[in-house]
Design a binder for this molecule. Sequence first.
Ligand code: ATP
Ligand code: MG
Length: 390
Amino acid sequence: MSSEKRTREKPIRTGSIAFRIGLSSGLNLLLIFIVLDVVLFWVLLWPRIQDGSGYAEITIEDFNAFKLLLTEWKADIVLRLEGLLVVLWVLFETLKVRAKLRPLQEFADAALKLSELDGETEQRYQKLENAIDMLSPAEEDQMLATGDAELAGLETAVNKLMTRMRDSYRQQARFVSDASHELRTPIAVIRGYADLLDRWGKTDEKILEESIAAIKDESESMQHLVEQLLFLARGDSGRTPLNVSDFDVSDMMKEVWEESAMIDAAHDYRFESGGAIPARGDVSLIKQAARILIENASKYTPEGGEIMLRSLVSDGHPAFSVQDSGIGISESDIPHIFERFYRADDSRSKQTGGSGLGLAIAKWIVERHGGRFEIISRKDIGTRITVILQ
Ligand SMILES: Nc1ncnc2c1ncn2[C@@H]1O[C@H](COP(=O)(O)OP(=O)(O)OP(=O)(O)O)[C@@H](O)[C@H]1O
Ligand SMILES: [Mg+2]
C-alpha cells in the first residue's frame, strides 16, 4: 500500500449554482412580462388609432389620451408589481434549487474534508496501512491492533475477514493433506503387489493371480477417489455449472431404483412413489446425490436387507428419501458424516471400503440447489436420509 500526496481540492458551492439557476428563471419571467406588457400596450392603443385618425399615424392627442389611460389603469403600480414578482421569483427558485442540491453539497463537503486530511489523521492512516502491511495471512494468532480507539471498528472488520480467510485456508490445507494421505495408501499397496510379482509372480501362479486381482481392485478404488477429489475441487473453484431443467422426482427415483436393483442383487430394493412431483434443477447431479445415498445404504446394510426409496412432497417441497435396514449411525456421528473424509467408525469403514467423500459430494450438490437433508437413524435398526429440494 502506498501513501499518495493528497492535493487541496477546490470547494463546490451549490449556493451560487442555485442563484444562477434562479436568476435565469427570473429573467424568463421578466421576458414573459415584457411580452405581455407590449401586447397590452397595443390592445389599449388600438381603439385610439382606429378612432378616425387612420392606421399609420398616431397623433400627439392619441398619445396623451393613451398616457391618461395608462394612469387610469395605474400602469406604474402594475410595472412595480411585475418587478417585485420577478425578484420574489428569483428568490424562490434559488431557495428551491439550493434545497434540492443540499445532499450534493453535503457530499462535496465530506469529500473535501477527506481530501484535506490534517497531519494527525494522515499519520493515523499511515499507521493503519503499515499495520495491515505487517499482517501475514498464514500466521494464526496475528491480529490487526493499532491501539487507536477511533480505528477499532475498522480493525474488527479486518480481523473478522482475516479469521474467515484463515479458516478457509486451514480447510483447504487439511483437504490437500487428507487427499494426499488417501492417495498414498493405494499407491503403496500397488507398489507392494508389483514387488511381489517381480519376486515370485513369474513362477508362482497363485501369487500372480492374487497380485493382479489386488492391483485391479486398488487402481479401481484409486480412480474412484481421484474422481471424487476432482468433483470437490471443481466445486470449490466454482467450475461445476448447473444444467437446470424441469424434471419429475418420482420419474428420477424410479430410474435409480431400477438401476440399483439391477446392479445390486444382494439387497431387496423397493420404491414408493408419491405421484407426480415436479422439481427444477440439474437432474443428473441430483441423481448422483441419490446414488451416493443408495450406495451407502447398500454398503452399510447386511445382505438380504431391505432398501426403500421414496419420492414425496415435504412441506410443499419436492423431496426423496433412501431408507435402509442397516447398522445405523450413532447420534454423535450424525453431525460429522457430511465432512470430507469423515467415516463413522474407522475399522468398520475399512472393512467396507470408501474414502468418506460420498456424503460431502451429496451435500455440495443438494446445497447448490438450495436444498437440505433430514436424517433419522437408529443403531442396528437402520437409517433414513431425506433430501428436501427447493
Ligand atoms: N446409510 C448409512 N448407514 C450407516 N452409516 C452410514 C450411512 N451413510 C453414511 N454412513 C456413515 O457416514 C460416513 C460417511 O459417508 P460417506 O458416504 O461420506 O463416506 P463413505 O461411504 O465411507 O465413503 P465413500 O462414499 O467416499 O466411498 C460413512 O463412513 C459411514 O460411517
Ligand atoms: Mg459413501
